[in-house]
Design a protein around this ligand. Structure first.
Ligand SMILES: Nc1ncnc2c1ncn2[C@@H]1O[C@H](COP(=O)(O)OP(=O)(O)OP(=O)(O)O)[C@@H](O)[C@H]1O
Ligand SMILES: [Mg+2]
Length: 262
């Protein structure tokens, strides 16, 4: 089989307001199996809308999104999303938030209990199982969001600026944890690491986490350029920043993002 493309966006267009607002038009993007693609773009350019379309939460006006060979029409159990604003259920404990998707997917009770224990521990929340979201810091709430997505043991992780609202230090800790979680073989029941689409405003984050970076223009979003991040894994944020290629990649992303307003 040729290089497997797990997620393909084909000539996708999306408008709101009965066609008044074009969010993106004629967008093409292919994400390969086990690849991590980071999407950089200015605020309001349509990143969240694109990711929601990938998850089947919003429909397109034109084009289609194909996952594993079939058109996405609704969320599927092998794709998990981490939301920009956490998206936790405030009336449910950490355990219940992490378990919820598994219950919906009909996973057996014993398996749910095992996975909740495992992923809550993996994201560093052991001891907080019975806590409610409002009693947790932003960083901890996003760890719950991450545990909830990872517990699905998805083939594809869709991440919408998951660390965007966190302070710089917490953010770097979680970036490193995500890098190492994705590198742990066996996280997904012994299967290979997940394919990831990760949306971010941060150039450094895109370089640290991505195999490729897709830079979008202002709305209507178009792909300005796709950049390969030729920095080897395993990575940490510090090792990426210290890598000789880092400055060059950062400058290139900066130039592309700046040009949009020129
Ligand atoms: N349900 C909706 N109805 C009408 N307009 C919408 C809807 N969702 C998003 N929009 C508009 O579409 C545009 C793109 O929004 P989107 O949230 O996708 O941008 P974004 O790139 O994720 O922004 P940010 O960087 O601030 O997260 C914005 O102008 C927004 O107001
Ligand atoms: Mg957004």
């Amino acid at each position: 089989m040729a290089v497997a493309e797990r997620l393909v966006v084909e000539r996708a267009s999306k408008t709101f307001g009965g066609g008044e607002l074009t969010v993106f038009a004629d967008l093409d993007l292919a994400v390969r199996d086990q690849e991590s693609v980071c999407v950089l773009g200015p605020s309001g350019c349509g990143k969240t809308t694109l990711l929601r379309a990938m998850h089947g939460l919003v429909g397109l006006d034109e084009g289609r999104i194909v996952v594993d060979g079939s058109v996405v029409l609704r969320p599927r159990s092998n794709v998990a999303m981490v939301f920009q604003h956490f998206g936790l259920m405030p009336w449910k404990s950490v355990t219940a938030n992490v378990a919820y998707g598994l219950e919906l997917a009909g996973v057996a009770r014993q398996e749910i209990a095992e996975r909740v224990t495992r992923y809550v521990e993996l994201v560093g929340l052991k001891g907080f199982e019975r806590s409610y979201p409002h009693t947790l810091s932003g960083g901890m709430q996003q760890r719950v969001g991450l545990a909830r997505a990872l517990a699905m043991e998805p083939d594809i992780l869709l991440m919408d600026e998951p660390f965007g609202s966190l302070d710089a230090q917490t953010r770097e800790i979680l970036q490193d944890e995500l890098l190492s979680i994705l590198q742990i073989t066996g996280v997904r029941g012994g299967r290979a690491p997940a394919t990831m689409v990760f949306i971010t405003h941060s150039i450094e984050e895109a370089i640290a986490l991505g195999d490729r970076i897709v830079v979008l223009s202002a709305r209507p979003a178009r792909i300005r350029e796709t950049i390969s991040v030729d920095i080897p894994r395993p990575r940490t944020v510090a090792s990426v920043i210290a890598h000789p290629r880092f400055v060059e990649l950062r400058d290139r992303c900066w130039r592309l993002l700046r040009e949009r307003t020129a």
